[in-house]
Every structure is written in C-alpha cells, then in structure tokens.
Design a protein around this ligand. Sequence first.
Ligand SMILES: Cc1cc2nc3c(=O)[nH]c(=O)nc-3n(C[C@H](O)[C@H](O)[C@H](O)COP(=O)(O)O)c2cc1C
Length: 187
Amino acid sequence: MDVRAAIRTRRSTKAFTGQAVPRSVIEALLTDATWAPTHRMTQPWRFAVFDQASLGRLAEFLHASPHIAAVPDAVKGPAKLAKLLERLPGLGAMVLVTWVRDADPALDLEEHAAASAAVQNLLLAATAAGLGSFWSTNQTLGHPEVLAFAGADPVREGFLGALWLGHAAETPAAPPRRPLADVARFL
Ligand SMILES: Cc1cc2nc3c(=O)[nH]c(=O)nc-3n(C[C@H](O)[C@H](O)[C@H](O)COP(=O)(O)O)c2cc1C
C-alpha cells in the first residue's frame, strides 16, 4: 500500500474481531512510530503495550477502581466506563502513548507535536498492515492511576492517547473533510 492509500483509508475503528495482534507486528509499528521527526532528537514518545492478557488485567483494575471513571464527570463516567469495559476484550492490542513533558511550555508543545507525529506514523503503518486503529483520548485511560498501572510516570509524562488496534469488524464511513479552499491559502 502506498502512503497516500494508507492516509486515505485509515479510519477510526472501534469494533474489532477479537483476534490478537502479534508482538512482532506491534514492534514493527512502534519502530515505524519512532521514525517521526523530533526536534533536538529528544524522542519524547513513550509506549506502553497491552496485549490481550494485560488488557484483561487492565479491565479488572478499572472494574475495581470506579473512582477513576468519575473524572471528570461523575454522572456520565460510569456509563462511559461500562462501554469501555465492553469494548476492551475485542481489541487485538492497545498502545498507551505518553510524551515526556518539558518544563518550558514552547518546548513542551514541540514534544507533544513530535509524539503526535509518531502516533500518526503508527496509525498509517497499522493501516498498511491491514489493521484497524482508533486514537482515543478517553480520560479514564489517561487517568494518572491508569498511567501508573501502565508503568508510565504520571508526573513527568503527559497522556497523548490510547491506540486501539485489531482486525476491524466493520469499515466506518469516512467523515468528510472541509474543502481545501477553507483551510489552505496559496500566497
Ligand atoms: C487526538 C485525538 C483524539 C481522539 N479521541 C477520540 C475519542 O476520545 N473518541 C472518539 O470517538 N474519537 C476520537 N478521535 C477520533 C476522531 O473522532 C476521528 O479521527 C474523526 O472522527 C475522523 O475520523 P477518521 O479518523 O476515521 O478519519 C480522536 C482523534 C484525535 C486526533
């Protein structure tokens, strides 16, 4: 698959078949992620990989920690957590992505940008490998206790997202993009 085809056919996919994604495939995707541009070569991205067994342990942890889902909305939180717990067993794997924060706000923006570029590399590589993917910023998965569960340092690292990966059970329609004339100026 060429890069344009990967860009155009990548879709946020939330329904998967339950088939595992092998570690060797995840390692290849993560390696592609690390070829993103990074100012000063700081390489701020960090990845915590959940296979289906550790996703099961995460689900048990979340089930036993309802206070995590109450942030930021104690009313909607439990329903969102229930939905998440319903979906997690279907995933082939999940990669929780953080970036190492910089105390300087301008540099921290750069680090966030570099890690975001790494995420897009990963999503496109997943598409080219025939996998469905979904970049979720679900705040339950970004909760400091979940980051700590994943071995991240919630003080030094920011939550960039949880990347759901697997064999897609459906092909979502492509949400239309704004016309180029709305978003680009040629000078
Ligand atoms: C940083 C980021 C966070 C996202 N978080 C969520 C999310 O929490 N829930 C969700 O339904 N979609 C989330 N999305 C996916 C977008 O809704 C999706 O990209 C958009 O609808 C376009 O669809 P496409 O990815 O299939 O092109 C996120 C996308 C980005 C870039």
